[in-house]
Design a protein around this ligand. Sequence first.
Ligand code: TYD
Length: 147
Amino acid sequence: MLDLQNTSRSVYDAAIIQFPKILDDRGNLTFIEARRHIPFDIKRVYWIYDVPGGESRGSHAYRELQEVIVALSGSFDVFLDDGLAQKTVSLNRAYYGLYVPNMIWRRMQHFSTNAVALVLASLPYDANEYVKDYPNFKKMNQTQQRR
Ligand code: TYD
């Protein structure tokens, strides 16, 4: 699989990954193996749940961290912005993941009732990974895009 960590800065590099789906009358099953279905080694997993109506999460970018976001239950939108282009991806199936490269501004919003957002991350938690100031993010990305 492509390793986009040091090159990608575009929302067009954010892509849907379809995971295996084992259909069964007893209930369906989906699985993920690092490096086989995910283009990085998974260093951390977290999930967002019990989101009150109208709330959004994660208005920021990560310097180096890549992630795959899955709507394990319910639905929500992921808004992506690379400083030039924007796009919104709706997630509503447990067998789809959204790959988000580093240095993409992203916000999760429009959560349905009982939505669960699973996030597979390429790095452990590090507060220094966050770019939380949008004008600063834009400046950082424009510097990259001019190279
Ligand atoms: P944050 O990533 O800022 O959430 P969001 O981007 O959705 O608003 O995380 C919220 C809080 O949780 C923050 O104090 C840091 C803490 N946190 C951890 O300790 N470990 C983690 O893996 C994550 C994702 C957050």
